[in-house]
Ligand binder design. Structure first.
Ligand SMILES: Cc1cc2nc3c(=O)[nH]c(=O)nc-3n(C[C@H](O)[C@H](O)[C@H](O)COP(=O)(O)OP(=O)(O)OC[C@H]3O[C@@H](n4cnc5c(N)ncnc54)[C@H](O)[C@@H]3O)c2cc1C
Length: 419
């Protein structure tokens, strides 16, 4: 079949890999001059199924209210005259009950664990390298109150069969020796040894190189303007370079999908939540993280990617603007420097901002739509690097009429009631 994948971020590109492996004639369309130049460009680099869970959690509305008045808050809310923002926020709050949280977490764990297995298999199949590491993620706590919550998190991880270990202050420095130089010593940590790290942009770029060599086409610098339909099916995609046609269409357009889908009567509650990242060269190897550290206090994750450090965090709900606000990037930089002050020259760090395509409940939207040849692959939110391969594999199975290897209930548009 001819399949058109809309969007060449990590989600669209991973999907193209599985479609092409299944023998389809695949074209990927993107407005950027290359792959992974929007949200997939400089994320925190964590492939973290262990952490996969919704942001909409019990107590979150209270925390958000407190952060509204804090200077270095991990979350910033800028209300806009945008009904989609308000609808999204209302749905987010409605998902903050204990019952909804447990339901949403279980669905996200299902797709994230599957996805990590798919990524490992893809890596073995392709041999591509992307500054990846298999050293796990260490979540650290700076207060006793935060550390106490780790025992609750540990119970939840047990329930999902995620290998982990609650560790004391001394053990955090055994796992990540460079924490010995941190400005504030952690009081304890939670270690997830099976989580991975890697550069999402490098992964996507290398995968595109390989796919191109095998016949997959990439139409870059091509902006999608509209999706044409007739008789309950898509008949083409209007771009600034003409109309593109295929047998099946996969929407992997992240935050831009809702506006293109609304005229087709498909309403997807994906809204951008902006995050910031700083990247710097490592100058003192033994003063940098060995793998990845997630600081629960600042909500900043600091990851080694080859000879670089990537630190990322902040959730800013402020619309579609991608501009870097240096104050927010400096909050991230400040958190990284206080953990690993001698790792490199922070004055030389580069700043970036990207928009997480977030659903209010957490899980992505995968698969069928009311239009018989249109499939969704979007809304992976703060977890899209972790989930890209599993989501792509599921779409390829659905295109082939095969049952996906995992239960997709609650991950689709058609079973809206289950969400
Ligand atoms: C600060 C930060 C830290 C993060 N850390 C992690 C992490 O550690 N681990 C993790 O798993 N995830 C993380 N994420 C989330 C992850 O980066 C995203 O979920 C993921 O990159 C989304 O991929 P995507 O392909 O859906 O979106 P994108 O990469 O944005 O791809 C969508 C593509 O669609 C194209 N497009 C959009 N509209 C059009 C149009 N009209 N015409 C043509 N092309 C169009 C865009 O150019 C873009 O290339 C983080 C995100 C941020 C912001």
């Amino acid at each position: 079949m001819k399949v058109l994948v809309l969007g060449a971020g990590v989600v669209g590109t991973a999907c193209a890999y599985y479609l092409s492996k299944a023998g389809h004639e695949v074209t990927v369309v993107d407005r950027q001059p290359g792959p992974a130049l929007e949200t997939s460009f400089a994320n925190a680099g964590g492939v973290c199924p262990g952490f996969a869970g919704p942001w909409a959690a019990p107590g979150m509305p209270f925390k958000v209210a407190k952060w509204l008045f804090a200077r270095h808050a991990p979350l910033v809310l800028r209300p806009r005259l945008d009904t989609h923002q308000w609808q999204w926020l209302a749905a987010f709050v409605a998902n903050c009950t204990a019952e909804r949280f447990a339901h949403n977490k279980a669905r996200m764990q299902r797709i994230a664990q599957y996805s990590k297995a798919c990524l490992v298999a893809l890596r073995e199949d392709t041999g591509i390298a992307y500054d990846h590491g298999t050293g796990g993620v260490l979540q650290i706590f700076q207060t006793e109150e935060e550390f106490d919550a780790a025992y609750g998190a540990s119970k939840a991880l047990d329930a999902f069969g995620v290998r982990h270990c609650v560790v004391d202050a001394a053990q955090t420095r055994v796992i990540e020796p460079a924490l010995a130089h941190a400005a504030v010593a952690p009081v304890g940590g939670l270690h997830l040894p099976d989580d991975e790290t890697g550069d999402c942009h490098l992964f996507t770029t290398r995968l595109v190189e390989r796919l191109r060599g095998q016949g997959t086409e990439f139409a870059f610098d091509t902006t999608i303007r509209a999706i044409l339909t007739e008789g309950g099916a898509v008949t083409g995609v209007v771009t600034d370079k003409g109309v593109l046609r295929a047998d099946r269409y996969v929407v992997a357009l992240a935050n831009d999908a809702p506006a293109l889908l609304r005229p087709l009567g498909i309403d997807i509650p994906v809204y951008p939540v902006k995050g910031y990242a700083v990247t710097l060269e490592i100058e003192n190897t033994d003063k940098a993280p060995r793998s990845s550290v997630m600081d629960e206090h600042s909500k900043v994750m600091v990851t080694r990617l080859g000879n670089r450090i990537r630190a990322a965090g902040i959730a800013e709900i402020s619309g579609y603007d991608r501009a870097v606000d240096p104050r927010r990037a400096e909050t991230v930089l400040h958190a990284a420097r206080s953990l690993f002050p001698q790792a490199g020259d922070y004055a030389k760090a580069t700043y970036w901002a990207g928009l997480r395509p977030m659903t209010p409940d957490g899980p992505p939207y995968l698969g069928a739509t009311p239009l018989r040849n249109l499939l969704l692959n979007l809304g992976q939110g703060s977890n899209g690097w972790t989930q890209a391969c599993g989501c792509g594999r599921i779409i390829a199975d659905l295109v082939d009429g095969r049952a996906p290897e995992i239960d997709t209930s609650g991950l689709t548009l058609v079973d809206g009631a289950a969400r």
